[in-house]
Design a protein around this ligand. Sequence first.
Ligand code: TYD
Length: 134
Amino acid sequence: MPRFRLLEFKEIGDERGALVALESYKNIPIEVKRVYYIYDTPVDQERGFHAHIELKQVAVCLKGSVDILMDDGVFKETITLDHPSKGLVIDTMQWHVMSNFSSDCVLLVMANDEFKESDYIRDYAEFIYEVKNA
Ligand code: TYD
């Protein structure tokens, strides 16, 4: 059983190009209440360095590529998102760090709730403490 969930979306392609459609609870396991996107990231910039207490997200790299280090407090795995047909589930209590952004990277993130700073754990020691005491 993989610790981290990589989704493969069906591409609807024809001679006009490719299309991917995402629908809550059909091919993505969350209800989408918020969408944000990250772009124009300097290539040596890292982002993330947090986990969420309740928020669930799905990240899709619409253009370019990015590495996402996933860490559930026990296991770590770096997942490369390099195609719009791949989606990474960022579940609750999963520390994540994004790095190796290509200069053209556009990273779309869908989230199942509105933005709440109180849902973030931004301190790694606190994250590990919470995992061990869950
Ligand atoms: P943050 O989640 O820390 O970015 P990253 O994980 O990519 O490093 O968010 C960066 C800033 O943007 C922070 O001040 C909070 C703000 N923000 C919002 O206002 N709304 C949002 O939906 C998100 C994701 C961030």
